[in-house]
Design a protein around this ligand. Structure first.
Ligand code: ZN
Length: 215
């Protein structure tokens, strides 16, 4: 097992996934950072004295990025990355646009690198390709490993559901188009931003979501 779900501590936390790629390590999302010790301890154990090479944020929302400041302080990730379309409010420390204020938290200015369609993160045994999937937010991304056919979806696609489009940059038409785009990929494992993940059956979940949305 080279992908592990990090312990969470708040009801509002996004899932946090740790990928041990053999040569490099990567963390997907950070939770809210409210009461962060359980997550930090879990990440420390998983790293086992190695460095955290990549921190990737699936999108701008506070429940996914709020824990970033503590994780950066503790583990000094080599690169901090997210979809370019969602990067600006993080660079500016904009607690409104990231929903920090709505969650009762705040975001610090953070220098994140922008990712775009087709960018590749090579971890050794895992090779993650960036797929731009707007709809839940303008800069939402998925990460896909072609060898395992594993997909990390953030808040685009969950088990038995899809993300909302209530963000000012959200758009239902774009969300449907993103689902259709993903249907061109062979998907087995599905690792969403909330709720359970599936080692198998990812493609069926996608087809179900497309039917539900009329995509
Ligand atoms: Zn979200």
């Amino acid at each position: 097992m080279t992908v592990t779900q990090v312990d969470l501590s708040s009801l509002y936390d996004s899932n946090i996934y740790f990928i041990d790629g053999g040569r490099k390590t990567l963390l997907v999302d950070t939770g809210t950072g409210f009461n962060p010790e359980p997550s930090l301890n879990s990440i420390r154990k998983l790293l086992n004295n190695r460095r955290l090479d990549y921190l990737v944020l699936t999108h701008r929302h506070f429940d996914h990025v709020g824990g970033m400041a503590r994780i950066i302080k503790e583990f000094s990730p080599g690169r901090i990355l997210m979809g370019e379309g969602d990067a600006e409010p993080i660079r500016e420390g904009d607690s409104e646009a990231t929903m920090g204020t709505a969650f009762g938290g705040r975001i610090e200015r953070t220098d994140v690198e922008g990712l775009k369609e087709g960018d590749v993160l090579d971890l050794g045994d895992w090779t993650l390709t960036v797929i731009e999937t707007p709809g839940h937010t303008a800069g939402s991304i998925c990460l896909y490993d072609a060898e395992r056919k594993a997909l990390f979806t953030g808040d685009l696609l969950f088990m038995n559901g899809v993300g909302n489009t209530t963000d000012p940059t959200g758009d239902a038409g774009e969300l449907k188009a993103s689902l259709r785009k993903l249907s061109g990929y062979d998907i087995i494992g599905l690792y969403p931003g909330h709720g359970p993940y599936l080692a198998k059956g990812g493609y069926e979940q996608l087809r179900g979501a497309m039917r539900m949305m009329g995509a």
